[in-house]
Design a protein around this ligand. Sequence first.
Ligand code: ASP
Ligand code: MG
Length: 447
Amino acid sequence: MTALVMKFGGTSVGNAERIREVARIVQSRQGRKRIVVVSAMAGITNLLFEMAEAARQHDLDRAVQILSKIEQMHLEASRSLDLATPDIIGRIKEIVENLQRRIHGIDLLGELSPRTMDEVASSGERLSSILVAGYLGCPLLDARKVIRTDSHFGTARPKLAAIKKLAALHIVPLLESYDIIVTQGYIGSEDAGDTTTLGRGGSDYSAGLIGAALQADEIEIWTDVEGILTADPRLVPSARTVEVLSYQEAAELASYGAKVLHPATVRPALDAGIPVTIRSTFKPDGMYSTISPGESSGRPCVAIAMRRNVVIISVTQESMTDQAGFLAKLFDVFGRRGVSVDLVSTSEICVSVSLDKSAPLEALTQDLEKLGQVSIARERAVIAVVGDLLRKTPEVLRKTFIAIDGIPVDLISMGANAINLSLIVQEAQADRAVQNLHAAFFEEGER
Ligand code: ASP
Ligand code: MG
């Protein structure tokens, strides 16, 4: 059986018009069995969290107000889609009434457990999927029957072997009778049957899991941009789609803030040898990116990524070289505070590490002062030049340094096996640095 998993994110199902477009795209993929995985309508998951939090703070008015907004959005979409039948309205109301009871329960207890939050949060996908399946006129499969997870509510970990069995039990027979089925992203259930979620943004993960379980031909992640771009288009209007990239490149870009998809979520699919493409519902015939198992961009620089809100902590210790175990002691400080260190650079007498600015800087400084003199550089950004062939291309270094000429660099890192060259600069200079680098790698005939 050749199967295609098509995942649509929140903006792709954000209103009636978008849902019609989703249906057009799904129907255009003739000749293949299609499993359509949908997110909640844009903004709904956030509203559900706000609603539950309001109930926990005993602000029932606000909670009820949010719920009624959620209900109206779905009822309105169902009317625009000509779906306002007693059956569909009844199913929407059923979820809304369940949420009403939850609100009162949370208010009564003044407590919001992760288990309850998952049940509440799952409503967004359960609602949007009713509309999408209704409009496509195809069966709706409750993802909780297939996506089996552990009981780590809020960020449940999937159980791959169980999912494979459950997919064979619940999806395969449906696909024998139907060409298209719809199911929810983000949600699953644990052994005892309670609802779990895979963590925020988890719908990509669901698509990857289902694709891997069914050994699909391809997983299409439909979003609002034309794949992964060579830079943030808000900074670099000429940024363009990266057509093919490796898993490592995608992972590296995501860790530096490229928001398109978190590649760890498609790992199960790539491990199963299934390519993942990232496409735009606004331009269904436009450009797209393919992350393919075993493939590479074949480029020294595939994209430039940037992340703000970085600080550098430096510890200077004149006699560091004589002290065996100095670095162990230093990293132990970060470890004990539960802070993950990003880049590291060491010289004879000074160690600098970069961190997110949300780290407990004061506490860290106090601890680190026992090891040496501590200084902090704030308002920094980390920029990464990423490409599989980066290290094999000495040219990259020359180009990089010419491009950022005149912009002070605080820290540089390029690991032995790394596919990225990272630079830390002042936040105020970061935009210009990205623009210059993009020009050097993508706008001067280096394709
Ligand atoms: N609706 C969920 C969220 O907003 C999952 C997703 O969209 O992937 O986090
Ligand atoms: Mg979303």
